[in-house]
Design a protein around this ligand. Structure first.
Ligand SMILES: Nc1nc2c(ncn2[C@@H]2O[C@H](COP(=O)(O)OP(=O)(O)OP(=O)(O)O)[C@@H](O)[C@H]2O)c(=O)[nH]1
Ligand SMILES: [Mg+2]
Length: 428
């Protein structure tokens, strides 16, 4: 086991014995024994029915589950043409390391296509495999999922990942961190070549890393309609903290790296959605939301992270925030949220404030934005709430020229700070 690989040697030997595959289906997991059986069964059936005659390998890349997850996958009966392999990946624990191992197997088996699907899915059907892999066999490099999700699900997607991907890189990929993707062997090779595997990409940063890399470096991207996504969704008011920090650090880090790319992008274009016609209307399963907790986190942020807000934001944004924190129903309106995200992204790259502290300080503001969104969407169906997400992302596009100007002239107070990352000013 060495730093340059997430495949333990013994696993690499088992992979080599498989020789060649046309398609690899990878499932990252960590204690998912209650749901992974259905996912593995759907994946295996999908490989056999959508791609008869092709050789498929079903992989479970597991993070040392203690609930028998790997055994559940290995117990699946497999259709002809499908083999399975379950193993514990090496490296930093996290979803990204699990996917890194899957990329390595894809390359080792010289597969044309790879599909990854989350192990907590309860809405996966065999046809998802055809939908996610089919376009790769036609020459696309990356297939993003396109599903209907409950209005309180996917809050990181809706408030940051989708609007920034769209406004900065110009492609309207609606689910950039959906978790269920199809991609080419060539793109897997490209992912592996990046020196990111000791960063948050090894954890929950991996999805936005995959999508952004595909959008920026390939552009051969399409979306696959999948219907509803039902998974073990978490209340956005409860346990999204670490995931938020890992996703945002990765996203912001790529903004720093790809400055030359996004500065040359104006507007955005839609990305084709394949297979929407044969998916009927679906109603996603309810996701609970604890608005009070979100509001408390937003208010508490003023006390604990306020000094960082002050270092990053201008006077106008700060006094607007103070008024909101003090109001009856605290929450962040979309236009202020957009200014804040751009302000934090710029500060992150320009480096007057410690990066970990910045991302930590953005989290309560994000909570304030979700609280306001929940209020705005209170009487809306999930489909209707989609219009709010759309309107917010258009705001990101409209304010992008302002962001570019601010970036270039460095007017923010953060620019007056000291050397990059020197000042460690954590939220208290
Ligand atoms: N191997 C491995 N897999 C992980 C780890 N953490 C998460 N995963 C897997 O990554 C996938 C996505 O994780 P989830 O916790 O469902 O995250 P999510 O659906 O993106 O986010 P939520 O909206 O918060 O549910 C699942 O298949 C998990 O089993 C880990 O530490 N190791
Ligand atoms: Mg999930």
């Amino acid at each position: 086991m060495h730093h340059g690989s997430a495949l333990p040697e013994e696993v690499a030997r088992r992979v080599a014995a498989l020789k060649k595959a046309d398609i690899v289906i990878g499932i990252p997991s960590y204690n998912n024994s209650s749901t992974i059986g259905q996912v593995a069964a759907a994946a295996a059936a999908g490989a056999a029915t959508c791609f008869p005659g092709l050789r498929a390998v079903l992989l479970n890349s597991d993070g040392r589950s203690t609930d028998g997850t790997q055994g559940v996958v290995l117990a699946q009966e497999l259709p002809p043409g499908v083999e399975s392999l379950a193993f514990t990946y090496a490296g930093l624990p996290g979803k990204g390391s699990a996917l890194r191992a899957i990329f390595e197997v894809t390359v080792a088996l010289d597969a044309t296509a790879c599909v990854v699907v989350d192990s907590d899915l309860r809405s996966i059907r065999p046809d998802w495999i055809g939908r996610l892999a089919g376009p790769v066999f036609e020459g696309y490099d990356f297939v993003a999922p396109y599903y209907v999700r409950h209005k309180h699900d996917a809050t990181i997607t809706n408030t940051i990942c989708y609007p920034l991907t769209r406004a900065l890189y110009g492609l309207r990929v609606r689910q950039p961190i959906g978790g269920d993707f199809g991609f080419s062997g060539a793109l897997a090779r490209r992912y592996l070549a990046k020196d990111v595997w000791s960063t948050d990409v090894a954890r929950f940063g991996v999805d936005i890393f995959m999508t952004t890399t595909a959008v920026v470096e390939s552009g051969e991207v399409v979306q696959a309609a999948l219907g509803a996504k039902v998974h073990d969704a978490k209340d956005p008011g409860s346990d999204l903290g670490p995931m938020f920090r890992q996703v945002v650090s990765t996203l912001f880090g790529m903004i720093c790296d790809y400055e030359a790319v996004w500065k040359n992008v104006t507007g955005s274009r839609p990305v084709e959605v394949r297979g929407a016609a044969d998916i009927g209307p679906v109603e996603p399963e309810q996701v609970p939301i604890d608005e009070r907790r979100l509001v408390e986190a937003f208010r508490a942020g003023r006390r604990t992270c306020g000094h960082i807000w002050e270092a990053v934001l201008g006077r106008a944004a700060l006094s607007a925030l103070d008024a909101l924190v003090a109001s009856q129903d605290p929450g962040l309106p979309a236009d202020l949220w957009v200014d804040i995200v751009y302000g934090f992204a710029k500060a992150y790259c320009q480096g007057a404030v410690d990066r970990a502290s910045l991302v930590q300080a953005l989290s309560p503001l994000y909570n304030g934005r979700i609280a306001a969104f929940a209020r705005e969407a209170r009487h809306m169906t999930s489909v209707e709430a989609e219009a709010l997400v759309e309107r917010q992302s258009i705001l990101f596009e409209q304010k992008k020229p302002e962001f570019v100007r601010a970036w270039d002239t460095c007017l923010g107070r953060a620019c007056l700070g000291t050397a990059p990352g020197r000042q460690r000013r954590r939220c208290r």
